[in-house]
Design a protein around this ligand. Structure first.
Ligand code: GLA
Length: 423
């Protein structure tokens, strides 16, 4: 039987972060907060096109133990890093400038920076970070650090955003996007921070990036005897490199060529019958743009279709034709990402193809691509068969052994100290 990477309980995560904090700073923290990683069910590379996506929060979280300091300094330590890092919050600079913050501390310091930029009064702090979200797996470990830091600072600085519920969570998520775009220098689209802040147990999040609205879509896979198996291909994955930025630029150039502010406008026009996709594509003279636009427009349509399938399932139970349709949509998403958007890689393709042949209802890469993870919708009873088949196929091709996780739709970021007795 293949091992599945367990999620820490809140108690375990809090304990680890507190211990690291005490060992480093010789004190107890003011509290512990957590934020989850994510997988995206469907709607890939749509967020920076003002599109729709449907992520869910993982049970795997990043935990931060934090205390405010009386000065403007952030002192950081991570169980996944070595030594402490000190950042002067008054001199944090944008990525690519003299005062840029190198490495993972940019995700933490960037959040404090974004808060100050937007007129929020946050203190210096010391912070210890520990995480069971695998790094570099395309599961948004960076958004998890940002969002855990954001809720911690919100709490210790009494900003009241978490208490303002969804609008406050949306605002905290947007601050984390600024940290990632401007301080860490990754031009990502906001899906990861939105789900890490706004996730709800038992639900995926239909995120409409055009207006920032979100709807929780029931996703009770257990009731349907299904599981969402995450296959971490362990192929290196890096969003700060040029490929992701290049995809974004081509989409923006295509929108410009079509005379619209974003490809979402095209997708809406196609959805309501005002335009047909073939004529839109015929207006583009660049083949790369045509293929990228076809992916974005068809992918946004697939998000709508999958939401319809999930919301129309009686009692939330996904079976029969609806289950087959959900699988077909996942498969079609992968094909489009691999052929039109060209963000897959041999490891992701092998994971997806093998999972399907071993009985998955549907499978696709998830996240930015170029490595990272795939998801497979499987009968819970055949999860081991699918995972074993993928592990065997990887061994056969000489790839690094993959890791497996289970994606159960979980909660967004928040404090954990108070919950310790319950977990
Ligand atoms: C990464 C980015 C997201 C999104 C996905 C692709 O995860 O962080 O904003 O663009 O890639 O859907």
């Amino acid at each position: 039987m293949t091992d599945v990477l367990p999620a820490w309980t809140a108690a375990e995560g809090a304990h680890r972060a507190q211990e690291l904090f005490a060992a480093t700073f010789g004190d107890r923290p003011a509290g512990v907060w957590a934020a989850p990683g994510r997988v995206n069910l469907i709607g890939e590379h749509t967020d920076y096109n003002d599109g729709l996506c449907l992520p869910l929060a993982l049970p795997h979280c990043t935990f931060v133990a934090l205390s405010p300091r009386p000065d403007r300094t952030a002192v950081l330590v991570s169980a996944q890093g070595s030594g402490t890092r000190t950042v002067d919050l008054d001199t944090v600079g944008r990525a690519g400038t003299t005062h840029e913050v190198a490495g993972w501390p940019a995700y933490v310091a960037g959040v404090a920076w974004a808060m100050v930029e937007e007129g929020l009064d946050v203190p210096g702090f010391q912070i210890a970070v520990d995480s069971c979200v695998p790094f570099g797996a395309g599961l948004s470990s960076s958004a998890a650090i940002e969002c855990a830091t954001a809720v911690a600072l919100d709490d210790v600085a009494s900003l009241g955003l978490l208490q303002a519920d969804d609008p406050g969570r949306a605002r905290l998520g947007a601050l984390c996007v600024r940290a990632e775009n401007e301080i860490a220098g990754a031009p990502t689209g906001g899906m990861d921070q939105a789900i890490a802040m706004r996730g709800k147990p038992g639900h995926a999040l239909l995120l409409d990036v055009a207006d920032g609205s979100a709807r929780h879509v029931p996703l009770d896979l257990d009731a349907s005897g299904l599981s969402l198996l995450v296959i971490d291909t362990r192929a290196p994955h890096q969003l700060v490199d040029g490929q992701y930025a290049r995809r974004r630029e081509v989409c923006e150039a295509a929108a410009h060529a079509l005379g619209v502010p974003s490809l979402r406008v095209v997708s809406d026009a196609v959805a309501d019958g005002g335009e047909d996709l073939a004529s839109v594509l015929a207006r583009l003279h660049d083949d790369e743009q045509r293929r990228r636009v076809r992916h974005v427009v068809t992918e946004i349509a697939r998000v709508r279709e999958l939401v319809e399938v999930l919301e129309s399932a009686p009692g939330g139970v996904l079976e029969g034709d609806r289950l087959a349709e959900a699988g077909r949509l996942l498969d079609a998403s992968h094909t489009s990402l691999a052929s039109d958007y060209e963000v897959s890689c041999p490891e992701l393709d092998l994971a997806v193809e093998t999972a399907r042949s071993a009985g998955a209802h549907g499978a696709r890469m998830t996240g930015g691509g170029f490595g990272g993870s795939a998801i497979a919708l499987v009968d819970s009873a055949s999860m081991d068969t699918v995972a074993d088949a993928v592990a065997a196929a990887f061994a056969n091709r000489g790839f690094t052994p993959p890791a497996f996780l289970l994606a159960t739709a979980s909660a967004g970021a928040g404090p954990v100290t108070g919950n310790l007795e319950e977990t």
